[in-house]
Design a protein around this ligand. Structure first.
Ligand code: UT7
Length: 323
């Protein structure tokens, strides 16, 4: 017997305002055709004025708790992956904790940019396996629209806002790859690549800054590193890509998603794709895809999933879990 961190519930929340590609055509030297062809994005959601990351995160958390049939009193810890917290401090996670009416347990943010949800899952798994928490609410939530340079066509059209959440629960498994729950994790970062994707401001410089990206360089690293981390995670679980039912990738670019699936020798029919509707929502993209994938009837209990993501840092990684 061995303890597993098993998904008990999932949910998401998207801001009401949908921004189609056409909206950028009047403001920037770009076109719907270019954005679709190069990224696969057709539309994204932008938060309303005054709507913050903790607002989106709280809504997603409530949806996941409802799906799990649990209340805030049943949760021991909240881990919120975000690079766009409402405030420098307190953490967005403690703000969600308060808004759920949860006074027990502990809450903290994880900042690994687009890889944030994979890092958060790995941390939640470690808390559960070490007996420090029985149930963990793992959230990815972002308002990247607030850090976009809306005059920069190479980045403004790519990102969106949203939130997704999972409830993970400690359950006894057999200790085999047939168990439900997180089966393995694989995390990496390499700070030498800072200049490829960063925000040119922050607390210590007393500015907020804007996202800056050398897209084609990040693209090159993504294609090379994502399949490798996914395969490393599968190997740790004693599995191969032939065992995978669904790849649930970070949703940055359809061409990266296709390239990774091809390297893993899996058809696009086995990939959950939401990039066309959400754009790149950074740490929110994987939990959004998990929630939408389940709602579409793609992801079913017992399916073997591999999630993978890469982003600023560079930071990247993968998690293998049986739903
Ligand atoms: O989530 C974190 C990780 N981030 C990513 O994974 C993003 C990775 N990168 C990408 O998704 C792609 O590199 C992009 C979608 C950002 C760009 O696609 P690309 O095929 O790599 O294009 P590129 O950057 O090489 O640019 C090609 C051309 C350039 O023009 P020239 O130099 O060839 O004349 C750009 O100036 O496309 C131009 N361009 C645009 N044209 C119309 C860049 N942005 C736009 C735009 N509309 N919005």
């Amino acid at each position: 017997m061995s303890l597993r961190a098993v998904v008990r519930g999932v949910g998401h929340h998207l801001p009401e305002r949908v921004v189609p590609n056409a909206e950028f055509e009047s403001k920037l030297d770009t076109s719907d055709e270019w954005i679709r062809a190069r990224s696969g994005i057709e539309r994204r959601h932008f938060a309303a004025e005054g709507e913050t990351t903790s607002d989106l995160a709280t809504r997603a958390a409530k949806a996941a708790l409802a799906d799990a049939g649990l209340g805030p009193d049943d949760i021991d810890a909240i881990i919120l992956a975000t690079s766009t917290a409402d405030f420098t401090f307190p953490s967005a996670a403690t703000m969600v904790q308060a808004r759920l009416g949860m006074t027990q347990g502990f809450a903290f943010d994880v900042q690994a940019v687009c890889a944030g949800f994979v890092y958060a899952l790995a941390n939640a798994n470690a808390l559960i396996l070490s007996g420090q928490a029985r149930r963990v609410l793992v959230i990815g939530a972002e308002t990247f629209s607030r850090i976009m340079d809306m005059t920069d066509r190479s980045t403004a059209v790519l990102f969106g806002d949203g939130a997704g959440a999972l409830v993970l629960e400690a359950q006894e498994g057999q200790g085999t790859a047939a168990d439900r729950g997180i089966l393995s994790t694989d995390l990496h970062s390499d700070g030498r690549y800072r200049d490829l994707l960063y925000v040119d401001g922050g607390v210590s410089t007393q500015t907020t800054g804007h996202l800056r990206m050398q897209g084609n360089q990040v693209f090159r690293h993504a294609v090379e590193k994502l399949a490798a981390t996914a395969e490393a995670a599968l190997e740790k679980a004693g599995l191969t890509s032939a065992d995978v039912d669904w790849i649930v990738p970070h949703q940055a670019n359809i061409r990266i998603i296709q390239g990774t699936a091809k390297k893993m020798d899996l058809p696009m029919e086995q990939v959950v794709v939401t990039v066309q509707d959400h754009g790149n929502t950074s740490a929110a993209s994987i939990p959004l895809a998990l929630s939408v994938g389940k709602a579409r009837g793609q992801i079913k209990q017992g399916d073997l999933l591999v999630t993978e993501a890469i982003g600023g840092g560079l930071a990247w990684g993968a998690v293998v879990l049986r739903w």
